[in-house]
Ligand binder design. Structure first.
Ligand code: SF4
Length: 211
């Protein structure tokens, strides 16, 4: 474990100085954000950091993190578990900026996700989580190929086999908690989130803090 943690620290230091999207003219400034240690049994993979996370430098420190924290409490986790028990990362590690028209944040492009792909592969391959929570359809598709082409309503509420970085895990997809999407306005979709949270609680019963 100590050796894996040492390699992860090197990888995290490399990610922290990555400027690939800036060099490609895709974002004005890089600020890669992630947090956690090798051996954590649980991981969250979101889409990309939001503006509050970008400002504070702490993953999931804005509205998304607050909602996600409440969801985890519904799954049976104690308050604060998001930042204590989960390795926190995303498909792209830098804030992509606001969406055109100002409604919400811009989703990372396929090119940006591709540039950041190796970072996520190495994080997953070294952390080796037993269960991964994905936020939104993009993250679910990136982690579990079987979810591709399906609407979010068919993805959330079940668990999926996931694999990245040579490591297999159980994927528990959730919708993006940012509140921008209207998906959660539908009672049937809120029921799917309840199912997913129950599944997450069941899966994580008995999991320790590290493998
Ligand atoms: S989003 Fe990923 S690939 Fe792009 S600059 Fe940030 S760390 Fe590098």
């Amino acid at each position: 474990m100590a050796e894996r943690q040492g390699v992860l620290c090197v990888v995290q230091a490399e990610i922290a100085v990555c400027r690939r999207c800036v060099e490609a003219g895709s974002i004005p400034a890089a600020n890669p954000i992630f947090q956690g240690d090798a051996g954590m049994r649980l991981m969250v993979v979101g889409q990309a950091p939001g503006p509050a996370t970008h400002e504070l430098g702490v993953p999931y420190s804005g509205a998304t993190g607050k909602t996600l924290g409440r969801w985890l409490e519904r799954a049976g986790f104690p308050p604060g578990a998001l930042h204590e028990r989960f390795y926190l990362t995303s498909l792209t590690k830098c804030f992509p900026g606001k969406a055109t028209g100002g409604k919400g944040d811009r989703a990372p492009s396929a090119r940006e996700i591709g540039w950041c792909r190796g970072h996520l592969d190495r994080e997953i391959g070294l952390v080796r989580p037993a269960a991964v929570v994905s936020l939104g359809r993009l993250a679910a598709n990136a982690l579990a190929p079987a979810t591709r082409g399906l609407p979010l309503a068919e993805i959330v509420g079940r668990v999926w086999p996931g694999e990245r970085g040579g490591h297999a895990f159980v994927l528990v997809p959730l919708p993006h908690p940012s509140g921008v999407s209207h998906w959660l306005n539908d009672a049937a979709n809120r029921g799917r989130v309840d199912l997913a949270l129950a599944e997450l609680g069941r899966l994580t019963q008995g999991l320790g803090g590290s493998d």
